[in-house]
Design a protein around this ligand. Structure first.
Ligand SMILES: [Mn+2]
Length: 343
């Protein structure tokens, strides 16, 4: 990954203005990469003398509660005091981290769209970025936004600017977005970055434990139920899917983030190349897609579920019933396979 020198210069100029009021936004259902990159970037900006507010549309999962500084993140959905709206209205610069179109912010997007003055900067690694950014760091070849933020800090200030808490935050996103360093885009640069974070004093086993071994008993039992009772394998054993209805989630005291990793599990079956998870929400069904190798679920999500993401990890939404959603998926898989996309 080669950062554009010109973009780094433009960012440097933008941040050279003293005491800017900055808002950092990240995506709905914020994950380790969204929260980690936002908080680490916030810390750098504060060191430069800027005032920073981090905003997410809804709550992050409970197993991220330990992350340094997470208490300061404003959750728009439960923000009864209007902190998010005030910060957005007063902002000089908006940073959009780990997502690529304001529309992805759901309820929060109206609040953003009515603000016309702030400079908009994108820092993201998803495919096909949206329009309307004054400056864009869009690098789909970066394994995480945390690695991208690391690389920007390195280019702009040097790694001396990275503190231990920033190192912990950045590691969380690098670890979670790569499935603990098992997916694609595992470059030598990434491991050099990890080496620098280790030099800053982070404990990889502690961070791993805090993120991956911090679930509730309900989550463990829901996982067993989902795999045993709800997983279906189709297309000659090469495609899997699973679904959870609201009642099923309630039975296991579901909390947001509990289904994290379920969709990946079907890919532990040798023949399975593509996996889907359908999770019922009040107003729609959230669709998560994973694949391995050349199977392009970004393309699949765009074509059949109005979504997108990365080649091997994407998502979308469905506004029909679970039954109809699954039927649509099965039909779409057959069409996709017939075109040779699953070979
Ligand atoms: Mn990410």
């Amino acid at each position: 990954m080669k950062l554009s020198k010109e973009s780094i210069e433009r960012l440097r100029e933008l941040l050279a203005r003293p005491a800017q009021r900055i808002v950092i936004l990240s995506h709905t259902n914020p994950d380790g990469d969204a929260v980690g990159s936002s908080l680490a970037w916030a810390e750098v900006l504060r060191t430069m003398g800027h005032a920073v507010t981090c905003i997410v549309p809804n709550k992050y999962p409970y197993f991220l509660d330990w992350m340094p500084g997470i208490g300061e993140v404003v959750v728009f959905k439960t923000d009864t005091e209007g902190r998010a709206a005030r910060a957005v209205a007063g902002a000089d610069i908006l940073f959009c981290l780990d997502f690529n179109a304001i529309s992805r912010l759901e309820n929060l997007s109206q609040t953003i769209e009515s603000n016309t003055t702030a400079v908009r900067v994108l820092i993201d690694h998803h495919l096909s970025p949206g329009e309307g950014f004054d400056l864009a760091f869009s690098y789909p070849e970066s394994s995480s936004t945390c690695f991208l933020v690391y690389s920007i800090i390195e280019a702009m200030c040097g790694t001396e600017a990275i503190t231990r808490s920033m190192a912990e935050l950045l590691y969380v996103g690098m670890m979670t977005d790569t499935g603990n360093f098992a997916f694609s885009f595992l470059t030598p640069e990434l491991f050099r970055a990890v080496a620098v974070l280790v030099e800053k004093g982070i404990s990889i086993p502690d961070i791993h434990n805090s993120v991956y071994n911090a679930y509730t008993e309900g989550r463990a039992r829901l996982f067993g139920y989902a795999i045993n009772r709800k997983m279906e394998v189709i297309q000659n054993g090469t495609v899997a899917y699973m679904s959870l209805l609201e009642g099923e989630m309630r039975r296991f005291q579901f909390q947001q983030g509990d289904s994290e990793g379920f969709v990946n599990y079907a890919l532990t079956i040798k023949k399975v190349k593509m996996s889907a998870m359908f999770l019922a929400h009040r107003k729609f069904i959230r669709v998560s897609l994973r694949s391995r190798g050349d199977v392009d679920v970004n393309l699949f999500a765009r074509r059949y579920f109005n979504g997108g993401g990365h080649k091997n990890a994407a998502g979308g939404k469905s506004f029909v019933s679970m039954r109809e959603t699954i039927d649509h998926y099965v039909r779409s898989v057959a069409e996709f396979a017939a075109e040779g996309h699953l070979d």
